[in-house]
Design a protein around this ligand. Sequence first.
Ligand code: AMP
Length: 208
Amino acid sequence: MNIVLLGAPGAGKGTQAAFMVEKYGLAHVSTGDLLRAAVAAGTPLGVEAKGFMDAGELVPDALVIGLIKERLQQPDAAKGVIFDGFPRNTTQAVTLSAEFDAMGLKIDAALAIIVEPEVIIERLSARRTCRICGYIGSVVDEVCPKCDGEMYQRDDDMPDTIRNRLEVYEQSTAPVIEYYSGAGVLVEINGDQHPDAVFALIQEALDS
Ligand code: AMP
């Protein structure tokens, strides 16, 4: 099974992806995580990507698509993939479809987690992330409840960048929802509720 998770930054994609990895044994492919790892490692790709990320802009397609192709070659991808934060525009969506066609694979479902912008701004301003394991928590988590790691605020979770990321989402990423609707695989999920309730809806969609 191959799933695309769609939704604005802060809609809960990372949290739901973690639940899905546990239940369905899929590989979690987050372009945001891959890019942050490249930035932390100081690779040439990371150096090039950092400015775009700090500004809340999309990293150029060629870099992201290169990362995805490399990631799909890893053995765990064979059991099925959850794409989180990718595709972020229609060019990436079309490229993914072509790549999957060539590999004899298909996207089984595109889950769009829908949350109103005001809720997103509140969530992202309060979001804190574990530097060690990537756990997504909030300001109330002084240390990571999973691994005791340091919780930090991502550079792009600062107010000005959040606004820009939401604009980029509306312009570039919202059309991807239309793309998957046209492909007949879109499922809309109300993301403005407890993560367990959101996951219940996702399971309903995937298990039916
Ligand atoms: P995320 O963790 O998914 O919110 O991504 C953090 C940042 O990484 C985004 O604001 C973009 O700058 C960059 N990024 C992540 N995924 C993509 C993608 N598919 N295409 C372009 N840029 C991306």
